[in-house]
Design a protein around this ligand. Sequence first.
Ligand code: NAD
Length: 508
Amino acid sequence: MSTSTSSSAAPAAVAYPARSYAFAEAGQALNWIGGKLVPSASRELLDVTNPRFGKVMGQVALSDSRDVQAAVLAAKAALPGWRNTPMKERAQVLFRLKALLERDMDELCWLLSAENGKTYAEAKGDIEKGIECIEFAISLPNLAAGGQIDVSRGVNCEVTYEPLGIVGGIVPFNFPLMVPLWMIPNALVAGNCFVLKPSEVVPYGAVRLGQYLKLAGLPDGVFQTINGQQPAVEALVDHPDIQAIGFVGSTRVAKLLYGRGSVLGKRMLCLGGAKNHVLVVPDADLDLTASNVVASSFGCAGQRCMASSLMVAVGPTQRIIDAMVANASKIVLGQDMGAVISAAAKERIERYIAQAEAGGAKVLIDGRNATVAGCGGGYWVGPTILDNVAADMPAACDEIFGPVLTIVRARSLDEAIAVENGSQYGNGAAIFTTSGAVARYAVERLEAGMVGVNIGVPVPREPFAFGGFHDSKFGHGDLTGWDGFRFWSRPKKVTTKWALQPDQNWMN
Ligand code: NAD
């Protein structure tokens, strides 16, 4: 990617022109501050590439501490008004945001598909899951009433939830709208002002959020978008007026930022990478297991933090592996499965495959050297299944973040659980079995924050919250659902005693 400097503040495209996978340009993704699109202070731009074609589709603004300062100043001005707006009224803005996203769903799907490389159907899933998070936030006025009780005669205790103030969110490339919407609706309905730092690789959907929120009636300054890379992120985390940061991305950056913000006394919740284990035992249902594991491993080209990337096959499970290979072989690249995000990602994924093969793994399906007609230059890797991988090989331990399913063989369920428990990560895990007792035994022992039984992508739907264990999450609590609301608010406990004074009792 190359950088350049813009001489004028060309506005981002209002509507994305393509209604198909055909290549189209998308203009400049600028910052959104005080209800307006503005260039970054440096005017520096970075190319944004459509992974399907490996071709530049536009540019994104590169921001630094000056832009973060401008965003925070706008938020400061807006905060008193927004904080004092009743929660029920704040929620109405989110109702209207949902309607706008639904209105423009088709266009947004093509935009997200173009910037990220995912298929139209996957882009739709991205937005629909984001809308589910909006719906949860809309319900908050009914859930966040707090509680009160007389704790002794004449003494009452109640809890109310206050906003934190100005908060920030930093998000990854793989779900351009869903992950921002894990945070923004809850934080806004809670009464905060929000500064978003989208992934610089997929900025277009996120930039549209500011425009939609304004259309939905959000006062200027309550929500801002600062585009860019490390300098923008660090300025956001370091800014003294930012009270809390939600981060979603790789473990390396999650850990770094968790430490950086925590020493400044900030509330930090940083979700990191994953290596999700799926345990398949001999009594597993053939069709359900084969189709679910394949969909989980290769959906979104494996670029999902909940993708099943490592299967532990317990005992005689060859018939299931054969069915998975047959299912995966039917996936049409470019139609059922999209491109990976970048040339560097393609190179990394193919390196892991080659390394595993050289280490003795059997390549059951090989996604290297994949091409898609009319998409030369695109970053294509086909579905890949590696069998007989040793549990300590890099392909079995590292997050490859691509369409690669690694199979480790185990002789017993306990051995399979031990493989899962040995992972540094703990985002998701699943067991495929027709036995309730086996499922229960595994669920109790798997070291993951989100566990599935006969489900390949066990993402907790609202109101349940999203978050893993170990190196998949740094911080306390989870990021969505009720936990999300609690993360973006602070409980205030009020204890009240109204004693009538005998000598000044004007009520008599
Ligand atoms: P990334 O960590 O490279 O980037 C995430 C964000 O951090 C981006 O906005 C980026 O600009 C910023 N960033 C990158 N390097 C930085 C640095 N050195 N200092 C400060 N900021 C920096 O992640 P990605 O490649 O965009 O996304 C893929 C990763 O995200 C995978 O590891 C995936 O598992 C993870 N992910 C996790 C979850 C979850 O819920 N646990 C969800 C989605 C994605």
